[in-house]
Design a binder for this molecule. Sequence first.
Ligand code: DC
Length: 220
Amino acid sequence: MNRIPVITIDGPTASGKGTVASRVAQTLGFALLDSGALYRLTALAATESGVDLGDEPGLVGIAAGLDIRFEGERILLSGREVSDAIRAEAVGVAASRIAILPGVRSALVDLQHGFRRAPGLVADGRDMGTVIFPDADLKVFLTASVEARADRRYKQLIGKGFPANMRALLQDLRDRDARDTERAVAPLKPAEGAHLLDTSDMTIEQAVEKVLGWYQSVPQ
Ligand code: DC
């Protein structure tokens, strides 16, 4: 059986990697894995079932039993659409808290591998190139300054009708970066051989072109 190609795009929160990953996947006709959504779904499901965010065994049970469906842009949790609900700031903060727990991370591994289907996969997250798909054909580490990311997140939240405060957002991003990069298990860091892409002064289109160009020059 031929191997199924994978492109991994890792980076900090609100770096634009989700949008870049989705456009690259669309252009290539590949499947898309938004791994952050899995941590967000676990956090949301736990909160709704009254499981404490420090209760690792409880959270592992939730992660292992997630009933989720991705239908294009729509994300369903136990049959209910939660696409917007999981983007709320509080859910992102909860996701980054439970993502430090090794049991939660392991419980989500098989689910993530299951997204690797022909003709290929674009996977975005924090540890796609380092832990989940170490054999990826192309690894990208996408960053942007904390100010550029806060500005994008602000516009995104306001656009979805959520309240947003710039100063609080900056603080949240700094705290979340610290949690994501300093945790013991699968910390956010560039994979070996990853291409670095700083998008602070780039449009989405420029970033997408860059990734597609790199992929085209990967020896097949
Ligand atoms: O990319 P995002 O903001 O939707 O991710 C939400 C949280 O999930 C993030 O703060 C850290 C965690 N996460 C992770 O630990 N590993 C991943 N591969 C993806 C997300």
